[in-house]
Design a protein around this ligand. Structure first.
Ligand code: COA
Length: 183
């Protein structure tokens, strides 16, 4: 049984970072300095964990862009746990959280930067290419994809929006983000 929930502590965040390091840095050879970025620690960012018997198997994050608009990114499932529905489970959880927190007039537009190999995975979840443009990020070809998720949820509150930092519409390639000061 897989449990999906928000990162709720620094320990949880370390679980997410460990999975991302394993998948993106070790497996996909993304430069380590581009993997963790300042957006990880924005108060508006929602991180999700997929846990099975207390072991973290996957993670992903929602970035707030502006009311009604978010990005989903850093979706990663540990290699040994793939093909069991965890990627889909994480996406459904992240979409639900994005809609709960950031929908406006009952809808939130989600944009993501899909690695080319994963486009079919996202297509099956209802995402469509934004354009035919492809671009390199961390040495990997990507395409922007988007989907509108309906919600019966409320509008975001000031508390939800936190510092109201607005991100660019482009899904934040790793090379264009800064490293956080983790203390
Ligand atoms: C992409 C990823 C998150 C999918 O996670 P997962 O847990 O294996 O996905 P699921 O088991 O939920 O897959 C659901 C379906 O999508 C298919 N699928 C999974 N990854 C796919 C891919 N890269 N391309 C095409 N189809 C894929 C599965 O075969 C499955 O199909 P089925 O229902 O017919 O069996 C995972 O492969 C991963 O972490 N990859 C490395 C990191 C990465 O590339 N992240 C995406 C960055 S954009």
């Amino acid at each position: 049984m897989t449990e999906y929930r928000d990162v709720a502590s620094h320990g949880d965040m370390n679980l997410a970072w460990a999975v991302r390091h394993e998948v993106f840095v070790d497996e996909q050879k993304v430069p380590i300095e581009e993997e963790v970025d300042a957006l990880d620690l924005e108060p508006t960012t929602i991180h999700a964990l997929a846990l099975s018997d207390g072991v973290c198997l996957g993670t992903g994050r929602v970035l707030f862009d502006s009311p009604g608009h978010v990005h989903i990114g850093r979706l990663a499932v540990r290699a040994a746990a793939r093909g069991r529905g965890i990627g889909v489970g994480l996406m459904e959880y992240l979409e639900r959280r994005a809609a709960e927190r950031y929908a406006v007039d009952g809808a939130v537009t989600i944009v993501l930067s899909s690695q080319e190999h994963a486009m079919e995975f996202y297509s099956r979840l209802g995402y469509a290419p934004v354009s035919g443009e492809r671009y390199l990020d961390a040495g990997i070809w990507h395409h922007d994809m988007s989907k509108v998720v309906s919600s019966s949820s409320r509008c975001p509150t000031q508390h939800d929006l936190g510092t109201q930092r607005t991100h660019s519409v482009r899904p934040l390639p790793r090379s264009r983000t800064e490293s956080p000061d983790l203390g």
